[in-house]
Design a protein around this ligand. Structure first.
Ligand SMILES: [Zn+2]
Length: 242
């Protein structure tokens, strides 16, 4: 998972969501009412999906696994548990059907004592505060309880994701030095193309994890060797506009 910046709702979206919430309230705010109102809300869903797609990482990737195409509007806090958040824009994320229907479903774990949310919301949290990605093995480890529950609920270490992250790690290892060599010899167009190819790949979390581990030139060289280390440092500098 990587951070996702939530866009401000359009006036039309606000209007559609407000009237959806009002109808749910008027009819008793049960999960059944929420389900019915949601299933009939084609205009709101189109507006929500359009905005979520503008926020999606890579080429319309799922905000949880970063692998599959994001096809579903996920209610982060399930509408069956909190019917009044069915039309809350802050509660909508773009997910693939596997993450939405097979992995997460109606789960929303909270701490039994404090009531604290135990699931990473990539539009609110920086997932790397809660998760550590080991790029060479493609596996996530938890840093916090929220990370631990997120790995379980989103099934983040399922085998297809793990293998996809390893593939992305190898791609980064091969392409970052190519990008760096082009940039160094002044082939800016070529460098831009290589960078765009990497950024459009699924599993943007892998590149982010590599950059995190290469925060200083010394760390980068020690961890990744001279060539890849220098490329990661240059990428970080380019990304931050240095
Ligand atoms: Zn997914």
């Amino acid at each position: 998972m990587i951070p996702v910046r939530r866009r401000a709702p359009t006036p039309r979206l606000t209007r559609l969501c407000d009237s959806g919430t009002r109808r749910i309230k008027e009819q008793g705010a049960t999960s059944k009412v929420a389900e019915k109102q949601w299933s009939n809300a084609e205009a709101a869903k189109t507006e929500i999906r359009t905005l979520l797609e503008l926020m999606a990482p890579g080429i319309l990737r799922c905000m949880y696994c970063l692998d599959n195409r994001g096809t579903d509007i996920d209610h982060f806090q399930p509408k069956a548990l909190v019917p009044l958040r069915t039309f809350d824009w802050q509660n909508h994320l773009l997910a693939c059907s596997f993450c939405n229907s097979n992995a997460k479903r109606e789960e929303y774990p909270c701490d039994a004592v404090t009531g604290e949310r135990l699931l990473i919301d990539p539009t609110v949290d920086d997932p790397s505060d809660h998760l550590r990605l080991l790029p060479a093995s493609g596996k996530y480890q938890a840093r916090t309880a929220r990370g631990c529950h997120s790995i379980r609920v989103f099934d983040l270490n399922r085998e297809d994701l793990r293998r996809g992250r390893v593939r992305m790690f190898r791609l980064c290892r091969d392409l970052l030095p190519v990008w760096h060599a082009k940039a160094l010899r002044g082939d800016h167009e070529g460098a831009r193309e290589t960078a765009a190819a990497l950024l459009d790949e699924p599993f943007g979390d892998v590149l982010r994890a590599l950059l995190r581990r290469a925060r200083t030139p010394a760390m980068a060289e020690l961890t990744f060797g001279t060539e890849l280390g220098a490329a990661l440092v240059a990428w970080s500098e380019a990304a931050s506009g240095h």
